[in-house]
Design a protein around this ligand. Structure first.
Ligand SMILES: [Zn+2]
Length: 321
């Protein structure tokens, strides 16, 4: 995926191109991206901008500089990512990066470092990075990509120029997905995955939509006491748990919305009807409680815990309504 394929990145590209042409390019950027909206694509494009050897048309996309940068094989481009199963970027990785940035470039031009996801820098790593940000060497470009920049220390944020990458409007995302992958239930796919066009691009829309429908059906049955939590949990924890949790989250959000909409509506009704209606809804406290349990499970997906048991507990709370 290259930046010219993502039309919603055009304003950000125009800004970077103009700053670069005017010799006013900041030495550090923070790309604050919406999930799956292309922050990494923009970072790679910015690297190509300064590593392109065709100055009049940078980034030309055709020269050796552009092509190597696009495939992360340029000797003056470093990328810091999560290693293996780790959820954090560690201080050793930042130290290595800083040492590399302090050297002169191989090609006599810019040196570029991309850190993504930058919100995975742990505290020690962020502090180590601060030194590099405070004393930048000439012609270095540091690009941080984060969906949750608030998790970074303010000292880091204040030293980066911010670029916001928002998800395109739903209709634009659907048109874009259709132009690349052809017609499918893209709207429904984005309903499940959130407005994250790049995630949708990688997904099989039919499978995602079907998966969400099945999850919804079984949750309704569970909440009505017509499905066995233990059997469901046993089936669910084995395959695609992250997507399942996303579907559960969507269903809960929908239930919570309906709860409030119903509450507002019932004010208009007489007290006995109100009570009768209220009894039909799961309690809002319980819904929020289950939502918390989903979040806990989501954030501990790589921890050694009994997922079947955690899922079963969650479903039992729903069945208890
Ligand atoms: Zn080029």
């Amino acid at each position: 995926m290259i930046a010219k394929d993502l039309p919603w990145l055009e304003p950000q590209q125009a800004l970077l191109r103009a700053s670069y042409a005017a010799g006013r390019l900041a030495h550090a950027f923070l790309i604050h991206e919406a999930r799956g909206a292309g922050g990494d694509v923009l970072a790679s494009w910015a690297a190509q901008l300064v590593l392109c050897t065709d100055l009049a048309h940078a980034p030309c996309g055709a020269c050796a500089g552009c092509r190597r940068a696009a495939t992360s094989q340029h000797p003056d481009l470093m990328t810091l990512q999560l290693m293996d199963e780790s959820r954090q970027i560690r201080i050793e990785q930042v130290r290595e990066l800083s040492a590399e940035l302090a050297l002169t470039s191989h090609q006599g031009g810019y040196k570029v470092a991309i850190i993504s996801p930058a919100d995975a820098l742990n505290r020690a790593a962020a502090n180590a990075l601060l030194k590099t940000l405070e004393e930048p060497t000439a012609r270095t470009l540091l690009i941080l990509v984060a969906t949750q920049p608030s998790r970074l220390p303010a000292t880091i944020l204040s030293r980066c120029q911010k670029i916001r990458v928002r998800a395109p409007a739903r209709s634009e995302a659907v048109a874009w997905l259709q132009s690349i992958r052809g017609p499918a239930e893209w709207g429904a796919t984005l309903d499940v995955l959130g407005d994250a066009p790049l995630f949708a691009l990688e997904a099989d829309p039919k499978t995602v939509v079907e998966f969400a429908r099945e999850t919804r059906r079984i949750l309704e049955e569970t909440s009505g006491g017509r499905a066995d939590p233990a059997a469901t949990a046993e089936r669910w924890w084995r395959t695609d748990l992250p997507l399942r949790l996303l579907c559960i989250e969507n269903w809960l959000t929908d239930r919570i919305r309906r709860h409030f909409a119903g509450g507002a509506f019932s004010v208009e009704m007489s007290a006995p009807v109100h009570l009768q209606r209220a009894a039909q809804f799961p309690s809002i406290r319980n819904l929020f409680g289950i939502m918390d349990a989903v979040q806990d499970l989501k954030s501990s997906l790589d921890a050694p815990l009994n997922r079947a048991l955690a899922l079963e507990g969650l479903l039992r709370r729903l069945a208890a309504e």
